[in-house]
Write a protein that binds this ligand. Structure first.
Ligand SMILES: [Zn+2]
Ligand SMILES: [Zn+2]
Length: 130
């Protein structure tokens, strides 16, 4: 493990993100943690999340212009429903590793990849048929 000094708020946020599979937004994280961390503000949550994303501790991606955060840093993809915005994890490790392998740039070393597959979830599909 890398030794980085973390504020207790930041480590709580990270701990929370690693424990859920819901790809929460900053607001969702804020409301989940404010009971434990009453002095924390939404702005602090944003700041910590952006810092963690920059450090490569968490994943950040946008759905309908809202940032979602993911504590799972293993190679995986996200399926996002265009209608309800639901995010689903897909674990096709090879899609990511093959894409990374295929990218050959002499002045750039690819390390990670965010793959988002847009579509329609089952619920939205069936509710439209009726
Ligand atoms: Zn949907
Ligand atoms: Zn994910």
């Amino acid at each position: 493990m890398k030794k980085t000094r973390m504020t207790s708020q930041r480590s709580k946020i990270l701990e929370y993100l690693r424990s859920v599979k819901t790809h929460p937004t900053a607001e969702m994280i804020y409301s989940a943690l404010k009971k434990d961390l009453p002095s924390m503000t939404l702005a602090t949550v944003y700041r910590n999340l952006n810092h963690l994303a920059k450090q490569g501790e968490i994943n950040k991606f946008d759905v309908n212009c809202v940032s979602h955060f993911d504590g799972d840093m293993s190679f995986h993809q996200h399926c996002i429903c265009c209608e309800c915005g639901k995010v689903k994890d897909v674990f096709e490790k090879e899609i990511t590793s093959n894409t990374l392998k295929k990218i050959k740039l002499h002045d750039f070393e690819p390390k990670s990849l965010n793959i988002i597959i847009y579509g329609k979830c089952k619920q939205c599909k069936t509710s439209h048929k009726e």
